[in-house]
Write a protein that binds this ligand. Sequence first.
Ligand SMILES: *Cc1c(COP(=O)(O)O)cnc(C)c1O
Length: 220
Amino acid sequence: MLVNRTNYTEIVKQLSEGQVLVAVSKTKPAEAVLELYELGQRDFGENYVQELCDKQAALPADIRWHFIGHLQRNKVKYIAPFVHMIHGIDSERLLEEVNKQAQKLGRTIDVLLQVHIAKEETKFGLDEAELSGLLDKASAGNFPYVRIRGLMGMASFTEDAGQVGREFSFLSGLYDQYAERHSFTVLSMGMSADYPLALENGSTMIRVGSLLFGAREKTQ
Ligand SMILES: *Cc1c(COP(=O)(O)O)cnc(C)c1O
């Protein structure tokens, strides 16, 4: 068995209506995705463009593929035809490129803006001023082929639950600040180590990998 069914059932049980589990299958084989698919899971998350394209081609067409990694502009075109949601929009230039590829395809692509909430400088994401600026431009109609559905964030990698809770609560506050005006419906936060804390803080979408598919070879 490639999937931890006990953990899957346990996690799904903790979700209320309107909360979604994205099963993060990066580095795991297509067979593992299929095993979870057969249990009813439809939302899957991937971090690498090539891997995502390979899996999309090999797996059932009704899977909703979430791109959750750091996306390079020159690779947007490969996932634009089928991607369900792009979580990691962290610059205006990337948003422009998604808009351009979506226009070419005559579709609208759903995205989340990634906010930098962790202490680690290495993590990606917009700061508060950049977020506000980008939302203003979106409101002004600059990205007509993109729909900004909400925000995404990654908490610090730490055992300090207080710190993680504060970071989630900060992101949740930003979400509340903008949700109504921008018709947000998605707050993507929480991973294997911290998803209960994220749910407590108002997450509507958790991204869980290792609890479902086992540990990955290396940290990525
Ligand atoms: C890998 C990854 C996850 C899942 O991490 P786990 O700790 O295995 O649950 C969630 N979100 C992002 C952005 C990731 O890169």
